[in-house]
Design a protein around this ligand. Structure first.
Ligand code: ADP
Ligand code: MG
Length: 507
């Protein structure tokens, strides 16, 4: 047996999942790899296994605290002690201690893109030999890097500063243009690509249209009551997630909770854990919930609101059926909410007036701006109301303007405003285009699965049973009644089997 298979067995697996071996082999050859594997396809194993066989440390860039914590816990539960997550979860004291400690004992280091921009942490990592630089959920480079998490766009520079170790970029949803972005921003000049089908045959698709939100809410109640749980219901607003969660609870749905980024950190962890441990059946949440969360038996994912792009939709529904069991994704659309995704896109980035006002304020007060100092930022934040995302977006593009054109002054103020406004406009129209594609999928009459695969540049496979509402779907297969019927017959047959066994033994 080769060393890879040997280690696979040691990690508790009998065989590779499709695509894993090929990825690991290329990583071990120290090639840069971009790997596309379906949600639940076993991406973590690719860097864990290669990490053990490569010399040096494995740095894993991960987008979310909850995801990092989840991965660290899983590795620890399998006996790996030399793993740590460096994130804002660590207390001030823990951070200081770590900064002065010897990190060389940690084989696997999880870190966020933002932490990698903190000079002290980067220097600390530069003191180690990094054998593999992993970017998990690498579509974030493209999906988030261009607006609210611009530090994703600097990961290539970070990798260069770490001695340009081989890079493994992993994702479950990437169109050609996203893969292009990943390669560009991670500085992957000649990477190997492992593109596996993103199809999840065990997830059925259903889209339902309603005249108004009242009808939509009643249908949600019906589904949550009758469909087999556990399940996740996605909303695009925190308030709605809370309200509807309360409503469902009042209507007799037990073991339900809501989750969004507005909750305290401890509360979020608690709810996530309760869901993972099977103490909660239904979570009403925003997109803040679920990325990379490895809960195997999620049976339904319902969208009460539609995300703004198919990429997000595929990621979110991908949390269903990781155990391979029959699962369903239901998108509920109401005529009253049709404009909602459009409004979300418009609010995601700052508007023209805001850009002009901020730049004017900067020039009036500081005259020549060579870089944005903390003092300037504090002053701006007091004067203007804006989201964290808006500030990050502005800072990133202003810094790049100054880098290309020299300091911001009265002379180039207008040029700068025009530059920023152009960036915003380009980004917004790219998002609108994605929304249009998603919308036509929801209103289209063709096979839903084929539609998604085509969007991601894949050919559809042969027809499957319970594919989608257009190909024919037996909703009863997802209901609790079906489960009860199965468990009764299941019990009967297992009794028969047991009896047969006993009889055979007695013979
Ligand atoms: P994702 O591709 O979504 O990141 P994960 O890495 O979280 O998926 O893995 C999903 C599940 O598959 C985990 O429970 C993991 O233990 C399991 N898994 C990974 N590799 C294998 C394998 N070779 N055989 C069986 N199960 C595996
Ligand atoms: Mg993962």
């Amino acid at each position: 047996m080769d060393s890879i298979s040997h280690l696979l067995k040691k990690l508790g697996f009998t065989d590779f999942k499709p695509g894993q071996r090929e990825i690991v082999e290329d990583v071990l050859k120290k090639k840069d790899v971009v790997a596309l594997m379906p949600t639940g396809g076993g991406k973590s194993l690719c860097y864990q296994l290669s990490g053990y066989l490569l010399e040096g440390h494995v740095v894993i860039v991960s987008p979310l605290l909850s995801l990092m914590e989840d991965q660290v816990q899983q590795m620890k539960s399998k006996g790996e002690k030399n793993v740590i997550a460096i994130n804002s979860f660590l207390s001030f004291h823990e951070k200081e201690k770590l900064l002065h400690a010897d990190l060389s004992r940690f084989k696997f280091i999880f870190i966020s893109p933002e932490m990698l921009q903190v000079r002290r942490w980067l220097r600390k990592l530069q003191g180690l030999t990094v054998g593999l630089f992993v970017v998990d959920e690498a579509h974030c480079v493209s999906q988030w890097g261009h607006d609210f998490r611009t530090d994703y766009l600097k990961l290539g520079e970070v990798r260069d500063k770490l001695g340009k170790p081989p890079c493994l970029a992993l994702t479950a949803t990437a169109t050609d243009s996203v893969i292009k972005d990943i390669k560009k921003y991670l500085h992957l000049e000649s990477s190997m690509e492992h593109i596996n089908s993103i199809d999840r045959p065990n997830i059925a698709y259903q889209v339902e249209h309603f005249q108004n939100n009242h009808e939509k809410r009643e249908r949600l109640l019906e589904i949550v009551k009758h469909f087999r749980s556990p399940g996740i219901v996605y909303f695009s607003s925190r308030t709605k997630a809370e309200q509807i969660s309360h409503y469902l609870e009042e209507q007799g749905v037990d073991r339900i909770a809501f989750y969004h980024a507005g909750l305290a950190q401890e509360q979020r962890i608690l709810i996530q854990q309760q869901f993972l441990l099977g103490q909660l059946d239904v979570i009403c949440c925003t997109s803040a919930f679920g990325m990379g969360i490895n809960k195997a038996d999620v049976r339904f994912v319902i969208h009460y609101h539609q995300p703004t792009q198919l990429e997000s939709y595929v990621q979110e529904i991908g949390r269903a059926g990781r155990d391979g069991g029959k699962s369903i994704a239901v998108l509920l659309k109401s005529a009253e909410d049709l404009m909602l995704p459009q409004l979300l896109i418009e609010h995601e980035l700052p508007d023209d007036a805001f850009v002009s006002a901020v730049l004017t304020e900067l020039v009036n007060k500081w005259r020549v701006i060579e870089s944005l100092t903390d003092e300037m930022m504090t002053d701006l934040e007091v004067r203007f109301q804006a989201t964290e995302t808006h500030w990050r977006y502005l800072t990133y593009h202003l810094t790049s303007f100054i880098g290309n054109n020299g300091p911001l002054t009265e002379i180039n103020l207008e040029l700068c405003a025009a530059f920023l406004q152009k960036q915003i406009q380009l980004r917004t129209s790219a998002k609108q285009e994605k929304l249009r594609s998603f919308d036509s999928w929801t209103f289209g009459s063709g096979c839903r699965r084929r539609g998604i695969l085509t969007y991601f540049g894949e050919e559809a496979g042969p027809p499957i049973i319970n594919c989608c509402d257009h190909c024919g779907l037996e909703l009863e297969d997802y209901s609790i009644r079906e489960e009860k019927r199965k468990s009764i017959t299941g019990d009967a047959s297992s009794w028969k089997q047991l009896l047969a066994k006993i009889l055979v033994q007695e013979d």
